[in-house]
Write a protein that binds this ligand. Structure first.
Ligand code: 3HC
Ligand code: NAI
Length: 702
């Protein structure tokens, strides 16, 4: 065995050269790996004793793609295209031994090999689009030659990986093997024994020539893939490049792919998406977590309350294979809650998103009970009862008496003081907030609310539980609304003001949707139910004249057929309603507010800048420890478009000075001191600083 460099080794066994990469944790194709691969393949080709080559990896997976940390920096040669060209040009058969995941550049290097085998549980795909990119090392040219341009465009624009079975059926791999390297060696020997011709993927024309003659089916597939992706650069570039695969000669297609990649990689959209990729992984890290704190193992869970959230949370556990009991107050509520879960799963089965046997397994993991003793031996309890502090305190007092020592006691409260909840137990250290978002079985975000009492072990267990449930956990501090809803409240205040001042819901929603949100705030309010906010406002003695009046008139949104919009005959499509404008005009008159035409830029600023200002306060107070955590909360909990990077990333693009000046203007206009720029934002404006410069801070001195 020869160690080519720190990442690559080469061994020749029985005429087969084994080139193995070892670059933990994911075998990213960084510079040293690329350099080592070129040296290794050249050596193998030059070695007369070598008759075939196997390319494999050590560790958890085949190559997970290019090293994303190298993007945006000057490329160090050899580039990935050059590495792939070396393998492709080998006169000796090269077999890729895929296992774990082969993603992006990882799959592209495999496509440059003459043959590919994979273990049965391997997954492979070209997810570059999720980083605002297109596959830049031949993926858009080689994949269409294997699977056909239609399938390739769907796969590349979605960025979704496929399993080995599907990959075999589609022609991406040649064989499924029990053990990747041994299987690849056996495959290589068979190729030699049977003198199988070495047809490079680049030379395969059977699937692209007919499409060049008649591209209609491709254009239809491309259109379908691009649906709902207007304004995003990468998917369109993916389509253009896959089209090149059948319109241009291979080398020209490859060169065009490279140009498109280089353009995207320096663009703000890809920078934003790469930022979110790393931010998501950072968010789960707790800076003051001492080394050696181990999360508790979660084998059994209990959810208190089987309503909207409790049911969804129970499904999360079942989906993760963890048995879960739901505790309710009456048989009737229990039956209702369990039936709703059944129904939600059944819809997934109907849609083909879930197999019936998988549903049956999951449903079997969920039991319901009225007996609190079920809590005695559980590892985690998540409370999801009505949002009333008295009730929550009573429940936590009860949990304290029954749960075994060390059980994580979590509340799904969205507004209440987690400190106060913790203090109703004799073990406040074991209490955290676990704020799921609705629908809990779908939404990825999980705000883990750290109270002033929460122990490090409890936080570690909550983070681990979040990951187990497939969520993106973000640890946040305890305050009204935590991170997400606290910022959202600023937007809601502006929404109400804009209505009174003369903006129409549809105009405001259009601005927010144009930015890339799936829905505007009014349509979102109608979907969630306007009564939710109304009840909270009433509890706090806060008024919102237009929205309150809508609720008083029984207009709760979609569920009542009317809210800010009209929903006719059960439709979910919002239709503007002149009555709402009239109502807003009346309320404005009563309050002496002069109505006017409000420009799109003003709407935009008032939708986004107050939230950015609140983000700065959240950082000042240490409620979030990183600006990027706030971006993750908004990307995964509220539909902030990932290609806009989250509120703090976006603020850095605009510049704190511009935002400060606008906020001062709106603060003066409204008389709302809450719109005055926060100390941190002012500081960034004065120094030309950025949120991204702040780094990790338990508390940011503004
Ligand atoms: N480059 C650099 N670092 C990477 C990386 C990559 N491609 N992929 C993962 N990492 C890092 C993560 O940031 C994380 O670092 P940390 O421990 O310091 O936080 C560490 O590796 C482990 O990653 P995960 O926590 O995500 O590990 P998982 O086991 O949960 O997931 C994975 C593994 C499915 C491979 C996931 O990491 C992933 O999806 N990675 C990105 C894959 C990808 O997008 N590949 C395409 C890259 S672009 C490309 O190839 C361009 C080409 O066409 C030219
Ligand atoms: P819900 O009203 O749908 O469900 C509450 C359930 O708790 C009911 O089924 C009720 O019977 C049950 N319950 C009440 N008292 C109980 C008790 N003593 N023991 C056992 N069960 C009891 O309410 P929803 O919407 O599920 O909210 C639950 C919690 O989740 C609240 O704290 C809410 O603030 C929070 N939350 C709600 C979100 C939403 O969008 N609905 C989003 C995030 C958090």
């Amino acid at each position: 065995m020869v160690q080519i460099n720190g990442c690559i080794e080469l061994a020749v066994v029985d005429g087969v050269a084994l080139i193995l990469a070892d670059n933990p944790p994911v075998n990213a194709l960084g510079h040293a790996v690329r350099e080592g691969l070129v040296a290794a393949v050249r050596q193998a080709v030059a070695d007369a004793a070598v008759r075939a080559i196997v390319l494999g990896c050590k560790g958890r997976m085949f190559f997970a793609g290019a090293d994303i940390t190298e993007f945006g920096k000057p490329l160090k040669q050899p580039g990935l295209q050059e590495v792939i060209a070396e393998f492709e040009a080998s006169p000796k058969p090269v077999v890729a031994a895929i296992f774990g995941t082969a993603l992006g550049g990882g799959l592209e290097i495999a496509l440059g090999c003459h043959f590919r085998v994979a273990s049965a549980d391997a997954r492979m795909g070209l997810p570059e689009v999720k980083l605002g990119l297109l596959p830049g090392a031949g993926g858009t040219q080689r994949l269409p030659r294997l699977v056909g341009p239609q399938k390739a465009v769907a796969m590349i624009v979605a960025g979704a990986p496929v399993g080995a079975k599907q990959a075999l059926a589609d022609g991406i791999i040649d064989e499924i093997v029990a053990e990747p390297v041994a299987g690849a060696v056996a495959f290589a020997k068979r190729v030699l024994a049977e003198a199988v011709p070495l047809v490079k993927v680049r030379d395969r024309a059977a699937k692209i020539l007919p499409v060049r003659e008649n591209p209609a089916a491709f254009e239809a597939a491309a259109k379908a893939a691009l649906k709902k992706l207007a304004g995003v650069d990468a998917p369109a570039a993916c389509v253009e490049s896959v089209r090149n695969s059948f319109m241009l000669p291979f080398e020209a297609g490859l060169a065009a792919e490279r140009d498109l990649f280089m353009k995207l990689v320096v663009g703000d959209q890809s920078r934003a998406q790469r930022h979110i990729f790393f931010a998501e992984r950072e968010a789960a890290k707790v800076p003051d977590m001492p080394a050696g704190v181990k999360p508790a193992v979660i084998k059994k869970a209990v959810v208190i309350g089987g309503g909207t959230m409790g049911g969804g949370i129970a499904m999360c556990f079942a989906n993760a294979g963890v048995p879960v009991s739901i505790v309710e107050t009456t048989e009737e509520f229990l039956a209702k809650g369990l039936a709703r879960i059944q129904q939600t799963y059944a819809v997934s089965v109907e849609r083909g998103a879930l197999q019936q046997d998988a549903m049956d397994k999951r449903v079997a993991l969920i039991t319901g009970t009225l007996d609190w003793n079920v809590i005695a031996d559980t590892d985690i309890v998540i409370e999801a009862v009505f949002e009333e502090i008295g009730l929550k305190k009573e429940i936590f007092g009860k949990l304290d008496k029954i749960a075994k020592p060390g059980t994580l006691l979590a509340s799904n409260t969205s507004t209440l003081d987690v400190d106060a909840i913790a203090e109703s137990t004799s073990r406040p250290g074991d209490v955290v907030g676990m704020h799921f978002f609705s629908p809990a079985n779908v939404m990825k975000l999980l705000e883990i609310v750290r109270s002033s009492h929460s122990s490090m072990a409890a936080i570690a267990t909550a983070v681990a539980a979040g990951k187990l449930l497939g969520k993106i956990p973000v640890v946040v501090g305890n305050c009204d609304g935590f991170v997400g809803n606290r910022m959202l409240a600023r937007r809601s205040t502006e929404c109400e003001r804009l209505l009174l001042e003369g903006a129409k819901p549809q105009d405001v929603d259009a601005v927010v949707v144009k930015f890339g949100f799936p829905m505007g705030p009014y349509a979102m309010g109608d979907l969630a139910g306007l009564d939710v906010g109304w009840r909270i406002r009433k509890g706090r003695g806060v008024k919102a004249p237009v929205s309150d009046a809508l609720c008083e008139a029984g207009r709760f949104g979609q569920k009542t057929g009317k809210g800010y919009y009209i929903y006719e005959n059960g439709s979910r499509v919002p239709v503007p309603d002149a009555e709402v404008i009239e109502l807003a005009a009346q309320k404005a008159e009563a309050l002496g507010i002069k109505r006017r035409n409000i420009s799109e830029p003003e709407i935009f600023e008032r939708m986004f800048y107050p939230m950015i200002n609140e983000a700065a306060r959240i950082l000042e107070e240490g409620i979030a420890v990183r600006a990027s955590d706030i971006d993750v909360v908004w990307a995964y909990g509220y539909g902030w478009p990932v290609w806009q990077g989250g509120p703090c990333f976006y603020a850095d693009l605009v510049g704190a000075k511009v935002i400060c000046e606008a906020l001062e203007h709106y603060a003066a206009m409204s008389g709302d001191a809450g719109l005055q720029p926060s100390a941190l934002l002012r500081k960034l404006a004065e120094t030309g600083g950025k949120f991204s410069d702040i780094g990790v801070a338990a508390k940011v001195a503004a």
